[in-house]
Structure formats: C-alpha cells, structure tokens
Design a protein around this ligand. Structure first.
Ligand SMILES: Cc1cc2nc3c(=O)[nH]c(=O)nc-3n(C[C@H](O)[C@H](O)[C@H](O)COP(=O)(O)OP(=O)(O)OC[C@H]3O[C@@H](n4cnc5c(N)ncnc54)[C@H](O)[C@@H]3O)c2cc1C
Length: 469
C-alpha cells in the first residue's frame, strides 16, 4: 500500500526473492506525487555517512534521539544502512558524493535544495521510475489510481484489501501479506491535533500532501500499536511560503534561527535555538500560535550563517521576494515587524550578555551552544524574519519490529501485516525531535520486510507440504 521508496523497495526485493507482488498506489498520474519524488535525496544516517562504522552510527542515532530510539530498530539501521544503499546500486540507482561528510550518497541526478518542479527527472523521480521498471521485469506490477480504504482478515492466513478508484470502482485484493507504506499522517489535521499541534492548519505542509495516516488507522483497527505524539521531521520556512511557491521546500531558515533568537510578537523566546531547526519547528508547532514567530539576527549572522550554499536564505529569500524586515534601529525594526520593542530589547540584551559571559544558565528557555553556536545581535543592520513551522513527515505512526512486522498493543506481531517507511514509529522523534533519515529508514526496513515475508512464505509452504504428506 503506497508506491514511495518504502513500498517500492519492499516490492522489488520481494519480487527478486520470487514472490508475486502488487503495489496499490492512490496516485493516478505516471509521476504521482509523493515525498519520495520531492526528496532532496541525501541518504544519511542520523546526519552521518552510511559508510561510518555501524557502532558509531548506532551511538549517533541514540544521541540524536535523546535515547528515545528503539534499540533494536537503531541497531538494524546502523548495521544495514550501507548494505541497503549497495542493494539500490545493484538495481541501477546512482548516487553522487557531495561536499559534506553526510553527503556521501546523494541520489543522482541531484535535486538538492530544489524548488517547484525541480524534482522532475531527478533524484527520487528517477529512482521510482527505475524501481517500477525493475518490478515489471520481475513479473510483478504497480497499479495506480487504487486508494486503499480498508483491510480485513476474514481467514487466518489471508488479508483482504479494499481499494477504490477515483471513478468509484471498488476492487478487492487477497494476499497472505500486506505491507503498509503510505508515508505517514502529516496531512491529516485531525491526527496532527492529537500530539503535534493544536492548530494544524497553521503548519506549512512541506510535503506531497498525499499521506493522511490511512494505513495507520487500518492497522489500528486490526489491533496495531500506534503513536501520534513523536513530533515530525520539518524545518522553519519563511512565513511567505504559504503564498509564494518559491519559498518551499527550500530555503530553510534554520541556520539563521540557530545563530540568533526566535521570538514571538511579544518579544520573548519560546525554545532553545541551539538544539536545531527541526526541534524549533516542532516547538513552534506546539506553541499557542504557530504563525507567531520571528528570527532576529544582525548583519554578521546574515552573512555568516545565511550564506552557506546557493539556496541559503541569503540571497535566495531576498531574490524571490520573501518577507523580511531590516533596520539600523531596533525600535524601527520592532515597529515594522510588529514585535513589542521593550521586551525584544531585553531579550536581545540577555542573549548578548550570555554570549559575552559564557553563562547561559539564566536564559529562559535555556540556550545550548552545541551543536549550534549562538552569535551576538549587535552589528547593523538588524533583521527580523517571520517564519512558520513546516512539516515534512511524522515520526509517530505504526509500531513495528526490526523486520517491519506490525506490533499489536501487546507487543506481538500481527500475522501477515507489515509497515515500512515514514508511516512507522519507534526510530525517530522524542523530546529533541531526533531525525535519523526518511530515505535510509525506508530502504532498510523495506528490504527487511520483504526478506521476512519470503521466510514466512517458505515456512508456510514447508508446513503445507509436510501436512499433505
Ligand atoms: C522536500 C523533502 C526533502 C526531503 N529530503 C530528504 C533527504 O534529503 N534525506 C532523507 O533521508 N529524507 C528526506 N526526505 C524524507 C523522505 O523523502 C521520505 O521520508 C521518504 O521519501 C518517505 O518514503 P515513503 O515511501 O515512506 O513515503 P512516500 O514517498 O510519501 O510514499 C507514500 C505513498 O503512499 C501513497 N498513499 C497514501 N495513502 C494511500 C492509500 N490510502 N492508498 C494507496 N496509496 C496511498 C501516496 O500517494 C504515496 O505515493 C525529504 C522529504 C521531502 C518532502
């Protein structure tokens, strides 16, 4: 269910192992939209290269997630990250190497920091087309325009999946194994309001808007354990992203936020900027008003942190007309942006004092200096950028074991039911909004699920043969 990278990897691997597979995808178009097509294509593992020692990767996953990651899932990703990339390569997927250590495997042709339709005939688009051709060559197939609407188990050894076309035709598919790979619940406001944000309509949808948690709800109805409040992978974007397509999925405003301060229109901070942009996006989503946030920095931060690559806010945001305020006077800046001046002045003073003294303990909320070092807000001009919380995919979802088997509320695997990719939980999230990597997670567990299904199928056939003998 779902033909993004997770579903397609699982399908191709299963077909390679000799199983017959049908992939049901709700999208109608040849290049149906999904997060895999929009991806920047960096196959990292907790922001490390997949070729780093597994022990080190494991440590990093636990560190990034403040030890929230399920250790079995973390071990599996750490141990199999590189091998899963090698498997993609053996199927013709090409990668290039970028300048940063965790850019060792970037989908080729690269889509890094693209805007609009910049994904077409690149990265994830090429990968999905290639996997579909491979699937067909192995005698299995992908059916478009099949929105899965329900799942049931009328008999012990088979599941029935119901899918509806856009014309209203209803189809039923019977299979011993079903793999849910519908990409998460980031576009379902009702589910988002149960743990991500009280005002989900104020979050910017930095994704393909195709994933509504359908699979998760179906799995739940079959007894699966689910989690809704693990946060999400996302970034801070210019608030103008709501009206200007040039401002999403990039440039992220994170590097500016982590250099300076992020305040509400009352001039007060609400989160520790030093933790990073993904964390800030989560905190903003949870705040009283997710559309009330401004990054405040000075000219040195604008030039140092705002200008990391071609698609950084400096100059990209300005080039595409993104909203920003700039002034040599803090009073004027506050007035232009609609921020309370006295409070802002006091917040900036405390920030500068903490940097000068090296004592951040008096700041509320506290400010960590690692991994993101703060910069003083002193030089002229000063800048204010209205930002929003942009959600890419949810970290919560269906609980699985390391073979992708869906776990019940009693922690037992539910026969025949698997889930892989961004619709699963357990690896990422927690208080620090720990991000491990959507692509590596999808590929590793996509492969693992297929191998487990093959194994179960073989056991089942042996059992049947013994029985008939
Ligand atoms: C802009 C952007 C940049 C990113 N950059 C990176 C990156 O550099 N590195 C990284 O690791 N991750 C990145 N990610 C995240 C990564 O792309 C995703 O985690 C990954 O592609 C998810 O794959 P998936 O197969 O789980 O979901 P998807 O690719 O979203 O596929 C899910 C599919 O399920 C289908 N579906 C949904 N509901 C139903 C239904 N009821 N019936 C049938 N089909 C259904 C959808 O139509 C969709 O095609 C990025 C994501 C975005 C949006």
């Amino acid at each position: 269910m779902g033909a993004g990278i997770a579903g397609m990897v699982s399908a191709v691997k299963a077909a390679e192992l000799g199983l017959r597979v049908v992939v049901l995808e709700q999208g109608k178009e040849d290049d149906y939209l999904c997060n895999t097509r929009l991806t920047s294509g960096i196959f990292h593992c907790a922001m490390q290269s997949a070729s780093v020692e597994p022990k080190q990767l494991y440590k990093k996953i636990l560190e990034n997630t403040s030890h929230r990651a399920d250790t079995e899932l973390a071990h599996t990703v750490a141990n199999e990250a590189l091998e899963s990339i090698r498997w993609l390569q053996s199927n013709g997927v090409r990668f290039i190497k970028g300048a940063m250590p965790h850019y060792e495997f970037i989908l080729s042709p690269p889509t890094l920091f693209h805007q609009n339709k910049g994904w077409q005939r690149k990265g994830g688009d090429v990968l999905l087309n290639l996997l579909e051709r491979k699937l067909i060559s192995l005698g299995s197939f992908l059916l478009r325009n099949q929105k899965v609407t329900s799942m049931s188990r009328p008999k012990q050894d088979s599941l029935i999946v119901e899918a509806v076309t856009s014309e209203g035709a209803i189809n039923h598919f019977k299979a011993p194994h079903v793999v849910i790979a519908d990409g998460g619940f980031q576009s379902n406001h009702s589910l988002l309001s149960q743990g991500i944000s009280f005002q989900p309509e104020k979050l910017f949808q930095r994704n393909a808007k195709q994933s509504h948690g359908d699979g998760m709800l179906m799995a739940q109805s079959m007894g699966a354990q689910i989690e809704l409040n693990q946060g999400f992978y996302g970034h801070l974007l210019s608030r103008d992203a709501f009206s200007n397509d040039q401002l999403w999925p990039n440039p992220w405003m994170d590097p500016l936020a982590t250099a300076g301060i992020v305040v509400t229109s009352k001039g007060v901070r609400f989160a520790d900027e030093g933790v990073g942009g993904i964390f800030l996006a989560n905190q903003l989503a949870r705040s009283n008003d997710p559309l009330d946030a401004f990054i405040i920095i000075d000219e040195s931060a604008w030039n140092a942190r705002g200008r990391i690559n071609m698609q950084s806010p400096n100059p990209k945001l300005i080039e595409v007309g993104g909203i920003h305020f700039c002034s040599n006077s803090l009073k004027e800046l506050a007035l232009k942006a609609g921020i309370e001046f006295n409070a802002l002045n006091a917040t900036i003073d405390s920030h500068n004092l903490a940097i000068a003294s090296g004592d951040f303990s008096k700041l509320l909320p506290t400010r960590t200096t690692h991994p993101h070092q703060p910069m003083p807000i002193l030089g002229k001009p000063l800048y204010a950028f209205p930002v929003c919380a942009a959600i890419t995919y949810t970290f919560g979802g269906i609980k699985t074991n390391s073979n992708g088997e869906v776990l019940s509320t009693k922690n037992l695997s539910i026969p025949g039911l698997f889930a892989v990719g961004s619709c699963t939980t357990g690896l990422e999230g927690g208080d620090s909004a720990g991000y491990v990597g959507g692509l590596i997670k999808s590929t590793v567990f996509g492969i693992k699920a297929a191998i487990k299904i093959k194994h179960q199928q073989t056991q089942h056939s042996k059992h049947a043969t013994t029985h008939s003998e």
